[in-house]
Design a binder for this molecule. Structure first.
Ligand code: ADP
Ligand code: MG
Length: 452
């Protein structure tokens, strides 16, 4: 490491980037690393600026190791990284220097809980109301309710892990010394195998059997792992008989777990089993606005509506779409608009190509302009019709996978060069024609609705 390097944050950062670049995919590099700005170097602490909270969290969750590795390669093993978040919101508030979270991703070493999952930031909806109430009851009186074990089951990305960890964080925040341990079933299994290999099975058992609250995530992972099930069976019984709280999550109801011993299943069913369903529209909207608010961003309500309407199954995807928008906006320096949202999220909103035919586009465009739809397929050159036809060709090109030739054929057997011309004309006009832009947005919305 050269001496000048030591004092120049820009050069230090460039050196880091050159180490990072080969180890992440180009798209990710572009999206997540290019927008980072080195600000200053404080001894061996590099201070970098990121566009917003989401960005910070995303980097910490996905690229922590890569980042830390590169920094210590360049600045030595005692080097550290400090983030400065430029929040999108109040301009008057200076960017805050925020130290990177405590060890391992804001995960508490003793309990293995991730501090960011709380009841406060869990949005209640009709889909999760009961599960949330049960979780809260358990959090308030661990081991003292009839909900032991509490089993929460439901599909991917619906908030099971969030609730499970919220229980643990709540209990710890009460400060009455309860020992809480969060563990995924996968981790439990791996640790158990390692323990056996190293003749430490007794220590393993002792560790899990000495807690006051055991939070075990994704028990479906135990399927067909007989020795792990055996071990867990004894752990369960020990804790249960001592009146300790056990909370489990699963991707399906306990009765549907295949490859899990009957005696375990009957224990899982012996307390309270509750599910989380996919969120309804109102809950999706509430979650989105909450996430945005937490991160100091404030978008056009139409954008939340768009996302909440199209991303229906999974809360993780709801969050992901917000992150993508933010990343895109900070990369291009553009404000987030509905138009951008549609563009950026095109591939994750429900695919509509299957049901979307060129005929349907023609019908919707014709209707939008108050024309009979067969006119778009006719040979007429009337100005009004020609414009609608160009719009329809443009939309067909944009929203379907049809070739220019196919599109031409659908419009009264026109040549593909006519389609190219139409697409170019509309694209050029869109640059400064607000009313055309609105027309096309309207048309796309109508198509969205028609293909739901
Ligand atoms: P699961 O464990 O069911 O697959 P997670 O608990 O990991 O799902 O949830 C996925 C993401 O969605 C997490 O970031 C979580 O914080 C968020 N999330 C899920 N449900 C809610 C909710 N009701 N309110 C706020 N955020 C939620
Ligand atoms: Mg989970």
């Amino acid at each position: 490491m050269g001496d000048e390097l030591e004092y120049d944050p820009q050069r230090v950062w460039e050196a880091c980037l050159s180490l990072i670049r080969p180890s992440v995919n180009p798209q990710a590099f572009h999206t997540w690393f290019q927008p980072i700005r080195p600000k200053k170097l404080d001894g061996t602490t590099l201070v970098v600026q990121v566009p917003n909270r989401f960005f910070h969290d995303y980097l910490e969750q996905h690229y922590r190791t890569v980042l830390r590795g590169a920094i210590s390669e360049v600045l030595g093993s005692d080097a550290s990284l400090l983030y400065e978040v430029v929040s999108a919101q109040p301009e008057s508030v200076p960017p805050q220097a925020r130290p990177s979270p405590p060890p391992e991703n804001g995960i508490d070493a003793e309990s293995q809980l991730s501090l960011r999952f709380t009841f406060d930031n869990f949005v209640e909806g009709s889909n999760n109301q009961f599960a949330r109430a049960a979780a809260l009851a358990v959090a308030q009186s661990p081991g003292q309710t009839a909900f032991n074990p509490l089993v929460i089951y439901g599909g991917v990305g619906l908030g099971k892990t969030h609730l499970l960890q919220a229980i643990g964080n709540h209990i710890r925040s009460q400060g009455n010394g309860h020992r809480v341990l969060y563990v995924s079933s996968e981790r439990f299994t791996l640790d158990f195998i390692t323990a056996i290999q190293n003749n430490r099975a007794t220590e393993f058992s002792a560790r899990y059997r000495s807690v006051d609250v055991l939070l075990l995530d994704d028990i479906q992972f135990f399927a067909n792992k007989e020795r792990t099930q055996e071990e867990f069976f004894h752990t369960f019984n020990t804790l249960y008989h001592k009146g300790k709280q056990i909370v489990l999550t699963s991707d399906r109801p306990p009765g549907d777990l295949k490859g899990v011993e009957e005696r375990l299943i009957s224990r899982f069913k012996s307390g309270l089993v509750t599910d989380i369903q996919p969120p309804d529209y109102e809950t999706r909207l509430a979650i989105l606005t909450k996430k945005a608010e937490e991160n100091g961003i404030d978008l056009d309500p139409a954008i939340y509506d768009f996302i909440a309407t199209h991303i229906t199954s999974n809360i993780r995807e709801l969050e992901g779409s917000l992150i993508r928008l933010l990343a895109y906006s900070s990369l291009t320096g553009q404000d987030i608009t509905l138009r951008m949202a549609k563009e950026v999220l095109r591939d994750i909103v429900r695919p509509r190509h299957r049901r979307l035919s060129i005929e349907l586009i023609q019908n919707i465009v014709a209707e939008h302009f108050g024309l009979p739809d067969d006119l778009l397929r006719a040979r007429t050159r009337k100005q009004e019709v020609a414009h609608a036809r160009q719009v329809a060709m443009y939309v067909a090109k944009k929203l379907t996978n049809a070739s220019l030739k196919t599109i031409g054929l659908h419009f009264g057997g026109r040549d593909h060069t006519t389609v190219v011309h139409a697409v170019q004309t509309i694209e050029a006009a869109l640059q400064n024609d607000e009313s055309l832009r609105r027309d096309i947005e309207d048309i796309e919305r109508k198509i969205d609705i028609a293909t739901l």
